[in-house]
Design a protein. Structure first.
Length: 182
């Protein structure tokens, strides 16, 4: 049972290509429903890990990889299907790539291992999810998610994505404070 959070994360990883296929073939409703299920697994694996103290090092790496893979894949397809502009897809990718490369460099050249999520990163991810949902919903029922709402979300997501990327880079560039003995 201790590995249940990792198994739940594995479900999200397994759902990703199915979601991509549904969106690629124009089945936005199915894609949206599966995206919601994948989002639920993200909340569930974290809750199970915390509630039962079943956190693991593997889960600490696997969970954000599953999240990034899901969002990146969905954004590529939404870009291909012209549901979101390509400049937003590039911004989402560039931010994640910069964070990944920056974290790897810090791990190689320093002893730094902790890269906690920031409030800006969480806001950026939330807006990326909301924008993906709105883009899918707009394709399903354009009258429900009007273009103005979608365009506003796209711009908010772009700004938050760029800002959080800059904030992570700024945080990484700061010298790490030595821990004071208790």
């Amino acid at each position: 049972m201790r590995h249940l959070p990792n198994l739940i994360t594995g479900v999200r990883l397994a759902l990703t290509p199915v979601i991509v296929w549904q969106l690629t073939t124009g089945h936005f409703l199915r894609g949206l429903v599966l995206f919601a299920v994948a989002g639920f697994t993200d909340a569930l694996d974290g809750w199970v890990a915390r509630a039962f103290r079943w956190s693991s090092q593997a889960g600490a790496y696997l969970d954000p990889i599953a999240d990034k893979l899901l969002l990146a894949s969905v954004y590529i397809v939404l870009g291909i299907r012209s549901a979101v502009p390509w400049w937003l897809v590039v911004a989402v990718f560039a931010r994640d790539l910069a964070i990944l490369v920056g974290a790897m460099l810090l791990m190689v050249i320093t002893e730094r291992r902790g890269f906690p999520p920031s409030v800006w990163g969480k806001l950026s991810t939330l807006l990326q999810i909301l924008t993906a949902v709105a883009a899918m919903a707009h394709r399903i029922r354009p009258q429900v998610v009007v273009s103005t709402v979608l365009e506003t979300l796209i711009w908010l997501t772009f700004v938050a994505t760029v800002w959080s990327g800059l904030a992570y880079l700024w945080q990484a560039a700061q010298p790490r404070q030595a821990r004071q003995p208790d």
